[in-house]
Structure formats: C-alpha cells, structure tokens
Design a protein around this ligand. Sequence first.
Ligand code: NOJ
Length: 502
Amino acid sequence: MSWWSHAVFYQLYPRSFRDSNGDGVGDLDGITERLDYLSALGVNALWLNPVMVSPMADHGYDVADPRDIDPLFGDLTALDRLLAAAHARDIRVTMDLVPNHVSSAHPWFLEALADPSRRDRFIFRDGVGDAPPNNWVSVFGGPAWTRVPDGQWYLHLFDSAQPDLNWEHPEVFSDVEKTLRFWLDRGVDGFRIDVAHGMAKPPGLPDMSLADNELLRNAEDDPRFDNESVHEIHRFIRQVLDDYPESVAVGEVWVHGNERFAKYLRPDELHLGFNFRLVQADFDIADVRAAIDNSLAAAELAAAVPTWTLSNHDVEREVTRYGGGAQGLARARAMALVMLALPGVAFVYNGEELGLPQVELPDEVLQDPVWERSGRTERGRDGCRVPLPWSGHTPPFGFSTNPHTWLPLPADWADSTVQHQLADPGSTLTLFRQAIQLRSARPEFAGGVAWLGDGVFRREGGLVCVLNTGDTAMALPPGAVLLTSGPLTDGLLPPDSAAWLV
Ligand code: NOJ
C-alpha cells in the first residue's frame, strides 16, 4: 500500500498560513516554524499552492520561472529547510504544478511577443476581422483571447496574464519534465496538478456553447477542456514520476461524468484525482449520500483510491456554504467527521480545522482577478483565502508582526485563534485533532462503505458514522461512541451533527 492511500493532506495557501518576515504575506519559513502544529494535527502530507516565481496576477498560478521560489515566499534554501523539517516529522510535501499555462512574464512569452516567429509554444491565432479567433470565454470572465499590438490574438483560459501553452510543442513537454525532476530531485514528494483536464486543445479550436461557463465546472461538450490528447500528457508526466517510486500526482480534474473522470486515473496516468462532489453537495443527507456514492463509484471504475474535499482555495468556506453562524459551523464539524470516516485520501484546507467562515471583504481589498474580469459582478475567491489567526485578541492575530496583512483578518476572530482553540476541549481544532488521530490509529477505519440507512454508513472494519441533517434528534445505532461533532442530548444525536461509533 502506498503512503498516500489513506493519507490526510493539509492544503496550505502559503500567503495565508504564517508570515515569518513581517511583510504581511505568509512564507515558507512561516510554514517550517509551525510544523509542530501540523504534526500535532496529525496530517501525513502537505500540499503547497504555488510558490514558484510569479508576478502574482493569480497568486502564483501565473508562473514566470517554474524552477525557482518567489522571493515573497523565500528561496530554494527555505524550501530545503521546510522539506527537511517536514520529513523529520514524517510529513510529506507536495507542490502545485501548473502545466496548462505560464505567466505573461515568462521568458518564452516575452520572446513570443517580441518575435512572431517564436509564438509556437503558445496558442496565437489571427482573428476574424477585428474579432477573436473563436468565441471562447475565460473561466475568470471575459474573452479567452487577448490581442497583441501586431494584431494577433493569444489564448488564455484564465487571466490574460496566464497565456495557455501549446502542448503540441515538444519543448513544452521537455520543460515540464525538467521542472518535475528539479523538484523531485530536491526531495519533493509529488504534485497537485493544476487544471489537469486542460492542456490539450481540440483541432481547429471550435466555438463553445456559452450556456455553461461556471467557474471550474465543466459542461459535457466544452471544447476548452477534457480533450482526448490530454491523456498522452498525463502518461508522459507519470513516466517521469515513476522514476521516483514514492511520489504521487493528484490532479485537479473537473470533468463531466465518472467515465471521463476515471480515464485520468488509469494505471499509467494520475495516481489520484480530486473529486469535488462533496464540495458541491448541500447539507442534506440525500445529497451527501449521492455525492459519497458517486465518488466511490468513480474511484472504483478506475480501481483508484477515492479522494475527499470539503473546501479549498477556490470555493466558499463550508461553514458559510452550510448556512453560516453557529449552525453553519455545527454542520461543517459534522461533515468533517463524515469526510474523515471515508476510505481513501482526505484533504483539509488550512483554516478548515479552525472552523473559519468565508470573510466578507470590502471592495477595495479584493485581489482575485475574477473581480475585475467579471466587471466587478463576481467577488472572487479572496474570502476563503484570508490569513489564519494564530494567537492574541486583535488582528492580525499572530499571523504576522505587520498589521498590514495582504488581506485583513476580521476583528472578531479572537475565539477562532489556534491558541484559543488549543485550550478548549470542545473547539473545532480539538475535534480535527481527535478525528485525525483516531482515523490513523484505529483498525475500524478499514475497508469499504455500506449504508445501514439514510445517514448511517459502516466501514468494513467496523466504524459506524451517523450524520443528522434533519431537524429532529436521531437515535444512535448500537455501539460505543468514539467521537461526536457536538454534544449528544439525552443520548440522541441532535440535528446538524455527526457521530462515530465502533
Ligand atoms: C485552478 C486553481 O485551483 C485556481 O486557483 C487557479 O486560479 C486556476 N486553476 C488557474 O491556474
């Protein structure tokens, strides 16, 4: 069995985890300083959102040098320190790989702008009269094409500062191989592959249907994504990773339907694929059960390990998604127990273990390119990326010594800090620590899932998980209670809570 097949990954948004040098932005040394916190949380691996050199038009997903660390986050020696300290605690470290596009400040793109004969590593086309080459829209809003001064257009499925690479060019392959080996040779344990369903473009770039352009969701016939030749790219990446037998690749795969999803997980492609069904499910047992069954079926179709995510840096935090306030928090805690009871790999997004809500930020601090590209109609993803509160009673709550953090922390987060929650046996942080510890230590967390009724499933090993999404208290099935997401009332499981029994 691979180390990752039952792992809990902790996703770090490096800008927001912990600032070690007082510039108001989180960094690699900040992570290293707080590894004991992560070790006590019990996570097996980290996933770092991009820390490579970048002008930060999309906070690192616009990479200008894929084989160096952006000074904002430190340097290569800071990464080495993090790798050594994490490995010493038996924590693996994975990084984001961004193969669909680069930054418009990448030397290849600068060269392409200066010399039209050097444009073949990107997707440049002539327009139709004054109109772009086709009708594709950017996932972030607005057209997916930008015109350069000599009249040609280049494709960018995301921001105009993120030109798409042409994966029909051999240099694109060889450069990504160089990047993979660069980090793996340094001791990185694997990659989260950004837009793993992107990269390949269909011949002739046919128009898309404009009906369904929701952020990071995929329509069945969307020509921008999930084109057959993407699998050749994944086979190529896998071949490189196979030279590093312990390494893992987990792909961000937003595709339509399980058959399409499973193709990415064939034995010679990705090891793992993010399954986002649980993120999309409402706090409703029918919805949650359908999401679980569907994700299990998708993994089974590919004979792959299932993955579970309740939140990440692209979606509204679950406390808010489930209704906000005390009820939203209770539901998020219940769903954490559901996620951590399931077989396979669980991803915890930094701050999820503190029960942080989405933050309503004022217009003037918004930084996500979605805000401007949508003509200020979509607020974007900043609200789930606010820095973590560590200690104290006023912002920035120990995140930084600098009061001017890259996004402001809400003034009412004093009770959410790590320091506060560590001292509280009923805190969300305590719940996560207990749950992750039990998950990794107890033999009952083994084998498949069988539903014993709506809201009750049992692992083959013997763990029973009960979720109450209704509005009356539920009787618990027989067994000893191992953990609950909130207090029981007269032995009954109240609404908006979950319990583990053995
Ligand atoms: C998906 C990433 O998760 C998101 O944050 C980013 O903006 C896009 N890919 C573009 O790289």
